[in-house]
Design a protein around this ligand. Structure first.
Ligand code: ZDP
Length: 286
């Protein structure tokens, strides 16, 4: 039986969205998701995202499989796409709501709240960053349990890294020139480094100004992507912790810019960016 899907992207970080509201388990296996994500043998995407019924009082649940079939806790660009997709599904059901419309979404990283803005952008309350080494998780330890500007050797080079969890794990390194980084060579060596037992998303950041960061990312389970929402949030948190940036900044990714704020009032991170529908289709189950 063919399964309906809608393809979206957030700054070129692309996802296949599936309406899974009728049952609480994803209608695809991780192995099927790998095939759907394949850019030659499938639809092509960085991940497959399922809209499931809400849990614990939330409106909906999000689950995602990376293009390698692993399941991350959270996905920042993906949840913006999910909010737009839900608005479309609700409109088709005859219950449209005018923006600003907020949804509470249950994820493996807790409840995340995206809000549709009148201009079509989506702002997401990403929750509080988690900084303890045990929460990342990583075996790298600092005196106060946080991993801020710690030495780490990867690919026979000495790096200084900061680790932040946005529900999913991130390792941030500040560099002079992001364009000079050999992502394909370095990325996998960070991703599978033994100090990160759950593997790691890796962000290389060039500080252009106190309100402007440039980022390139190697994602756990997906490789080099054009954007990573949770990664942009983690990068801003790391830049603030290391006194490189203000609490509000633009993070420029290969696919375009995201607006990120780490609120001094509630300690939560707010991300604003686009989510774009590309096409709909039906996939033969394989
Ligand atoms: O944590 C992981 O395994 C990531 N690959 C999940 C996807 C993160 C994402 N790029 C984002 O925008 O946060 C979708």
């Amino acid at each position: 039986m063919a399964i309906a899907f809608t393809k979206y992207h957030g700054l070129g970080n692309d996802f296949v969205l599936v309406d899974n509201r009728h049952q609480s388990d994803p209608c695809l296996t991780p192995q099927q998701a790998v095939k759907w994500c394949d850019r030659n043998f499938g639809i092509g995407a960085d991940g497959v995202i399922f809209v499931l019924p809400g849990q614990q009082g939330t409106d909906y649940t999000m689950r995602i499989f990376n293009s390698d079939g692993s399941e991350p806790e959270m996905c920042g660009n993906g949840i913006r796409c999910l909010a737009k997709f839900i608005a479309e599904l609700e409109t088709a059901d005859g219950t449209p709501a005018a923006p600003p419309k907020a949804y509470t979404i249950h994820t493996l990283a807790g409840t995340i709240t995206p809000t549709l803005q009148p201009d079509g952008q989506v702002t997401v309350d990403m929750g509080e960053p988690r900084l303890l080494a045990s929460e990342i998780p990583t075996t790298l330890v600092a005196a106060d349990q946080r991993v801020i500007s710690q030495a780490l050797t990867v690919a026979d080079q000495d790096w200084v890294v900061t680790a932040v969890s946005m529900g999913n794990p991130h390792c941030i390194t500040f560099v002079d020139d992001v364009a000079a980084i050999d992502l394909a060579q370095l990325g996998p060596q960070f991703e599978y480094h033994p100090v990160f037992p759950e593997r790691i998303n890796t962000e290389f950041i060039e500080v252009v100004g106190r309100d402007y960061l440039k980022m390139r990312v190697w994602e756990r389970g997906a490789g080099a992507t054009l954007a990573c929402g949770t990664g942009a949030c983690a990068a801003l948190v790391a830049a603030v912790l290391t006194e490189r940036s203000d609490r509000t900044a633009t993070v420029e990714l290969p696919g375009g810019p995201l607006g990120i704020e780490w609120s001094a009032v509630d300690n939560r991170v707010y991300m604003t960016g686009p989510a774009t529908r590309v096409f709909t289709g039906h996939m033969d189950e394989q």
